[in-house]
Write a protein that binds this ligand. Structure first.
Ligand SMILES: Nc1ncnc2c1ncn2[C@@H]1O[C@H](COP(=O)(O)OP(=O)(O)OP(=O)(O)O)[C@@H](O)[C@H]1O
Length: 377
C-alpha cells in the first residue's frame, strides 16, 4: 500500500510563505500530476514528500505513517530529476546498481534488479555501455532505472522530460505511461510544465496557484469543468477566451448580452435574482465556429496562423489586454482584415461571476460532473 495523505501541509522560507493549507489524498496506484505557473511551489511540494525539504507545517503520511521527520531513504520513495546526472565512468548497469551496492545488497539481488529494470525500460542491449554512448532519452531511462531497481512504493518525477527534444519527449512520455501500466499498484507523482504530459499521464491533476491548490480533478474534468477562471485559462491551449457581459435572461439556459455586442446562449442554469449580473462567458478557442446567424463574438481578424491541422485566428491583438483567439479545424485561407462572426454550442460555454471568477455562486449546488460525449466515430 502506498497511499499518501497531506493535511494542512505548509512551507515557508524564513518569512516567505510558499505553500499553505495543502490537503491532498492520493490513493495507492494513482498517477498524480502537479501543474501550475512557474514558482507556485510544485517542486517544493514534491521535495517535501521526498524528504529533501523540511515540512514547515501540517502532516505528511505515507501508508498511514507520519513521515515529517523520517529521512528520505526510509520513506519507500524514489525520485527522478530533470537533470539525470549519471556517473560518467560507470556503465548503465553500475549506474543503476549504485544505490543497491550502498545498501549492501548481494551480487545476485543486484543482478536480478538491474536485469529487470533493463527489460522494463528496453535498456538490455545497453547495460554494459557508458552514459556518453547513449542518447538523451536513453540516459533519462537509466535515471528512471535507478529508481526502479529500488522497487519503491512511490515514484516522484520532477520534470523528467524537460531536457529532451520534442520527439524524444513524446517517446519517453509513452514509455512512462507503459511503465505505470506495468506497475498498477505503485503510486506516481509527477511535476511538469507540459500540458500534454499532464493530460495524458494523470489519473488526477493538481493545479497549484497562489500558494495553494486551485483544483484537483481528472484531466478532462479540469478541461470541461474548471472551478474558476484561473484553472479555465491554465488548462487548454490557447487559453479559454473570457468575454464580459450581463445576464439578460435567466432560467435553465442563460442568455448573456456581451459588452462587445454579441449574445451568448449558455447551457448553465441561473436564478431569477441573477438577472443583470456581471459575468464573464468562457469560450475555448476550439469550441468557436463561424456563423451567418447570431454571433457571440464578431471582429476583424488581426492575424491568421495556419498550423495545418488547425487555423488560429487572433482578434484585438492591439486594443485588448488579451486577444480573443479562435481555433478552426483544418486549413483556412488567410483571413487577415476580414470581419468574422463566431458562435459556439451552449453546452460548450462556461459562465463565471465577474470579480469572483467562480463558476457558480457559493451555495448553488454543482450538478454532478458528466463528461461530454466523445465525438462518434
Ligand atoms: N531554498 C529556497 N529559499 C528561498 N526560497 C525558495 C527556495 N526554494 C524555492 N524557493 C521559492 O519557493 C517558490 C516555489 O519554488 P518551486 O521551485 O517549488 O516552484 P515551481 O512551481 O516548481 O517552479 P518552476 O515551475 O519554475 O520550476 C519560488 O518562489 C522560489 O523562489
Amino acid at each position: 500500500m502506498a497511499d499518501l495523505k497531506l493535511t494542512g501541509v505548509a512551507k515557508s522560507y524564513g518569512d516567505v510563505q510558499v505553500l499553505s493549507d495543502i490537503d491532498l489524498d492520493i490513493r495507492s496506484g494513482e498517477f498524480i500530476v502537479f501543474v501550475g505557473p512557474s514558482g507556485c511551489g510544485k517542486s517544493t511540494l514534491l521535495r517535501m514528500i521526498a524528504g529533501l525539504e523540511q515540512i514547515s507545517g501540517g502532516v505528511l503520511e505515507i501508508a498511514g505513517q507520519r513521515m515529517n521527520d523520517i529521512p528520505p531513504s526510509q520513506r519507500g520513495i524514489a525520485m527522478v530529476f530533470q537533470s539525470y546526472a549519471l556517473y560518467p565512468h560507470m556503465t548503465v548497469r553500475d549506474n543503476m546498481a549504485f544505490a543497491l551496492k550502498i545498501a549492501g545488497k548481494s551480487r545476485s539481488e543486484i543482478r536480478e534488479a538491474t536485469d529487470r529494470a533493463g527489460r522494463m525500460l528496453q535498456l538490455t542491449p545497453y547495460l554494459d555501455r557508458l552514459p556518453k554512448a547513449l542518447s538523451g532519452g536513453q540516459r533519462q531511462r537509466v535515471a528512471i532505472g535507478r529508481a526502479i531497481v529500488r522497487d519503491p512504493q512511490v515514484y516522484l518525477f520532477d520534470e523528467p522530460l524537460s531536457n529532451l527534444d520534442a520527439a524524444l519527449r513524446v517517446a519517453t512520455r509513452i514509455e512512462i505511461a507503459q511503465l505505470k501500466a506495468s506497475m498498477p499498484d505503485r503510486t506516481m507523482i509527477y511535476v511538469t510544465h507540459d500540458q500534454t504530459e499532464a493530460m495524458t499521464l494523470a489519473d488526477r491533476i493538481v493545479v497549484l496557484a497562489g500558494g495553494g491548490i486551485a483544483q484537483v480533478g481528472a484531466p478532462l474534468e479540469l478541461y470541461e469543468r474548471p472551478i474558476n477562471e484561473f484553472v479555465a485559462q491554465f488548462i487548454g491551449s490557447p487559453a479559454m477566451n473570457l468575454l464580459p457581459g450581463k445576464v439578460a435572461q435567466t432560467g435553465a439556459e442563460t442568455v448573456v448580452a456581451l459588452d462587445g455586442g454579441g449574445v451568448a446562449h449558455v447551457g448553465i442554469p441561473t436564478r431569477h435574482e441573477d438577472q443583470g449580473m456581471a459575468v464573464n462567458v468562457g469560450i475555448r478557442p476550439e469550441d468557436m465556429r463561424e456563423t451567418e446567424g447570431e454571433a457571440i463574438f464578431e471582429g476583424v481578424v488581426d492575424l491568421t496562423e495556419a498550423l495545418g491541422e488547425v487555423t488560429l485566428l487572433y482578434f484585438g491583438t492591439r486594443d485588448r489586454p488579451v486577444p480573443v483567439i479562435a481555433k478552426l479545424p483544418g486549413i483556412h485561407p488567410a483571413l487577415d482584415g476580414r470581419r468574422v462572426r463566431l458562435t459556439a454550442d451552449p453546452q460548450a460555454l462556461h459562465l463565471f461571476h465577474q470579480g469572483q471568477s467562480l463558476l457558480y455562486r457559493e451555495g448553488v449546488e454543482l450538478p454532478p460532473y458528466q463528461p461530454r460525449a466523445a465525438i462518434p466515430a
